[in-house]
Design a protein around this ligand. Structure first.
Ligand SMILES: Cc1cc2nc3c(=O)[nH]c(=O)nc-3n(C[C@H](O)[C@H](O)[C@H](O)COP(=O)(O)O)c2cc1C
Length: 187
């Protein structure tokens, strides 16, 4: 797939088939993540691939986090969101990206930026493989639960999570803001 097509085709997928993704495909996607640039080439990222009962537990914690997220939902919207969250959008896997915590705020920022670059590579590579993803920060409203479920030590920061699986929906692209409003030319 042509690069710009991938960039525009990738969508946040919020419903998945339950079919597991072969391990070699997951590794291919994670390898693409690891080819991202990183501050000082420290490659300060780590990934946890969560499936099975741990993934179900993550879904429960996401549902709890959702309760905090959008207080003005209608009852129907809330119920739907909770069901999706509880199943972590039905996906067979959830990938959690971590970085090492740093005392220096500048270094910490650098690590988070590096992992974010890797995470976007992951989302784009998954799209090429016909897989769906959805960068999800919502679960981190219950970060302690996420940390406990996965046994993440205190010297690691959780940067991002995504479900991973074969899409079971067609997502329409949310409108992008006008490019002119985003770019300043200084000469
Ligand atoms: C930092 C970040 C956090 C996000 N958190 C969530 C989230 O908690 N739940 C969710 O459903 N989508 C989340 N998203 C996905 C955005 O809603 C989505 O990227 C945006 O609406 C544009 O849609 P698209 O990804 O299909 O282009 C997040 C995206 C980013 C980059």
């Amino acid at each position: 797939m042509e690069f710009y097509d991938v960039v525009k085709k990738r969508r946040s997928i919020r419903k998945y088939k339950t079919e597991a993704v072969p391990r070699d495909v997951i590794l291919k996607v994670l390898d693409a993540a690891c080819w991202a640039p990183s501050g000082g080439n420290q490659q300060q990222w780590e990934f946890i691939v969560v499936s099975g009962s741990k993934k179900e537990q993550l879904g429960e914690s996401y549902a709890k986090a959702m309760e905090k997220m959008v207080p003005d939902w209608t009852e129907e919207q809330r119920k739907k969101a909770m069901v999706n969250a509880r199943n972590f959008n039905w996906a067979p896997h959830v990938i959690v990206a971590l970085t090492l915590k740093a005392d220096d705020p500048f270094v910490q920022k650098m690590h988070v930026e590096s992992v974010s670059a890797a995470f976007e590579n992951l989302l784009l590579a998954a799209c090429v493989e016909g897989l769906g993803t959805c960068w999800a920060m919502g679960p981190l409203l219950e970060e302690e639960m996420v940390r406990n479920i996965l046994g993440i030590p205190s010297d690691k920061e959780v940067v991002a999570l995504t479900p991973l699986g074969y899409p079971d929906m067609e997502a329409t692209a949310p409108v992008r803001k006008d490019l002119d409003s985003k770019v300043t030319w200084m000469e």
